[in-house]
Design a protein around this ligand. Sequence first.
Ligand code: FAD
Ligand code: MLT
Ligand code: ZN
Length: 487
Amino acid sequence: MPSLIRDLASEVGDEHVLTEPDMLVGYTTDWTRRYHGDALCAVRPGSVQEVTAVLRACAAHGATVIPQGGNTGLVGGSVPAKARAPAPVPANGRAPASVPAAAPGPRPAPARSLGAVVLSTRRLRELGPVDTLGAQVTAGAGVTIAELRAHATAAGLEYGVNLASRDSATVGGTIATNAGGIVAIRYGATRSQLLGVEAVLADGSVISRLSGLAADNAGYDLAQLLVGSEGTLAVITAARLRLWPAESAAVTLLAGVDGIAAAAALYAQIRSLAPGLRAAEYFEAAGVELVREITGLPAPLSRPAPAYLLAEISGSTDDAERLAAIPSLEQAAVAVDAPGRAALWAYRERHTEAISTAGIPHKMDVAIPLTRIAAFRAELDEAVRDAADGAAGTGPSGPRVFVFGHIGAGNLHVNVLGPDPADSAVDETVMRLAAAHGGTISAEHGIGRAKAALLHLSRSQPEIAAMRAVKTALDPGGLLNPGVLLR
Ligand code: FAD
Ligand code: MLT
Ligand code: ZN
């Protein structure tokens, strides 16, 4: 191991190889604190050449590599697993009789035994000039979404992804997870913003397509293949990204509703009246109470409601005026200036922080067809209660369930506090319920380590076999993020 550290240090500099436990902990524990593992070191390359050198050194020494951006991922994909003690060699030196026959299909990667290296991309921070004619920009993988958005705004354009983790989440991480966020109903998820990438493959070779050609049909789209690959196929070092004409948000409104069915119906009504609808977010009374408890914010509306729809409409105020005709918006809070809008957004955006302050949550991010979303919600609480019944950590008052999310995309975050973080019964129950309602187990956060065992709920066996074949072709040695996405 010291020789790996020596080799890495000679490639990136001593100060960029971190081995001290107190320095490493921020790289080996995820944002939720639910996932934490062991790493030999964290290494911070500063260029694509250094990323290549790091991958080659780790491959040569038999270490695995965990790519990491802002470490805001919520599915345990950005941190290593716990190191396992090496399997004891049987006294007779022979394999145990119970070894199962090899499964058909690509051969599994050989086990790497040395341990894991976290490869942080945070030093890949180059941000190119905005091409205002083509409405594009090239950004290093370690640039944060807030920096990218500010850069685009300064040029009179907008980057089409926005999320509450914007100050830490990176370009590389959002591509690797295909992050959605609050304006995905307007611009699509990260996939829709991507024109090309530069990335280092497991063998150290570099693929680069940063020309930004909007029309280019020459073969497989490798950039799109890396979207949602969660660090298992390559290390993304830079990306060419599409930008959009800047829109001024004309109005943000927060309406109290009776529940999720009413929220979905109100969303559809606003969508038909306001072509400039940018965001449609959902949350419930339990979440508002917790946010207020943690932040001290005042009540959002003069009368409390069981649930809330927050909508943001851009462009002309005509759209907003047409909405005044909707009776259920009579009680809504409306903001037209930036501070007022931010005050309304806080009730939605501070859910994540408030829930994590109250405990270590079970975080599920499912998507359900809007036609089934009310039926899913109606069955959810009882299903969670049953799954949590008797689980360590669940107190006599039962689990606390928080439901919020990007309702315009049918994208719901189900967060549960109570059951021990190591117990995954609640997680599995929620994901199975989503699948039973025609939904997916991941709307935007990805699969990570958290859901790898349940991928079959959203992807067929032939699809999983094809994914494995791609993984084996690009990373035959199992160097990159083992155990994430594919078990
Ligand atoms: P990390 O957490 O560091 O990594 C995530 C995954 O990407 C890991 O599998 C990692 O191995 C891989 N990866 C990272 N960088 C690279 C790279 N350069 N090359 C290859 N693989 C890489 N997500 C949403 O989709 N929508 C939201 O609205 C949203 N809101 C959030 C709000 C809060 C407060 C928080 C804490 C999280 C939120 N997230 C949201 C989740 C998270 O921010 C996103 O998943 C984000 O895309 C992760 O980016 P990151 O740079 O932090 O990646
Ligand atoms: C959000 O929409 O707030 C996020 O995806 C984060 C979360 O699920 O907590
Ligand atoms: Zn979200």
